[in-house]
Design a protein around this ligand. Structure first.
Ligand SMILES: [Zn+2]
Length: 246
């Protein structure tokens, strides 16, 4: 049951998804990887919208150069743990949500215990590297958990949502991990993080509620320098990992 406080807090959203939808959301558990540029708006919207539990992988510390796009943090947070700060801010935003910070790098080993036993309803990427994105893809497929993966660069963003083994996955689009120059800093415009992170939160919420249509079997590409949002249809590759049932 929703408390009077929750009914008031989620009033506007309940007008769309109903009390039943809000109640359903309250029982859902999301595992998010990263609390940086994408992860800030993503976690803020997941927590403010009233999911039940957020398990957040983040083991980095705040630097001044993060503050240009990581809107969860403030100037006096420099050198402090992002995970600790994220937990403190998100709890203040909405104390109804159980927030668990995993102060470790997201690897198969560190994630396994949660993916196997924690009954995660949705897995969402807010990482800044291809290795983690492909790992999220492969673990989502392995543990049969719906997921969303996004990427940003400059004014550009990309996003795909996946229903394991039923829709095209990240590998169907990109194949394998591309060779990138890891020493190179990726250029990003601040609002790109906000737009793409918010779109991810929207995908997660729709997925949890089975509401509307998620961006599956499609790649959303957005160019915020021109305002173009382009949908590219994607077919599941019959030779891909995702085409084999567990
Ligand atoms: Zn695939």
């Amino acid at each position: 049951m929703l408390s009077n406080e929750e009914l008031e807090r989620y009033q506007r959203q309940i007008l769309i998804i109903g009390k039943n939808g809000q109640e359903l959301l309250k029982h859902k558990k999301v595992l998010q990887v990263g609390a940086g540029g994408l992860g800030s708006p993503l976690s803020l919207y997941l927590v403010s919208s009233g999911i039940g539990e957020l398990i957040l992988f983040e083991n980095d510390f705040i630097s001044l150069s993060n503050l240009g796009r990581q809107i969860l943090y403030n100037t006096d947070d420099v050198n402090k743990s992002k995970g600790d700060l994220a937990k403190s801010y998100l709890t203040r935003l909405n104390p109804n949500i159980k927030i668990t910070i995993i102060n470790e790098r997201f690897t198969e080993k560190t994630a396994e215990i949660y993916l196997k036993n924690a009954q995660i309803d949705y897995l969402v990427d807010a990482s800044d590297n291809f290795e983690t994105k492909f790992l999220i893809n492969d673990l989502g497929l392995k543990y049969n958990i719906p997921f969303t993966i996004a990427g940003i660069q400059g004014f550009e963003g990309q996003l795909i949502s996946v229903n394991p083994h039923n829709t095209a996955c990240y590998r169907c689009v990109f194949g394998g991990i591309p060779k990138t120059d890891k020493s190179k800093t990726i250029p990003v415009m601040s609002p790109t993080c906000g737009v793409v992170g918010s779109l991810e939160a929207n995908e997660v919420i729709k997925g949890l509620l089975n509401y509307g249509k998620r961006i599956t079997n499609k790649l959303l590409m957005l160019s915020l320098d021109t305002g173009d949002f382009t949908i590219i249809p994607i077919k599941q590759n019959p030779n891909c990992l995702c085409a084999n049932q567990n």
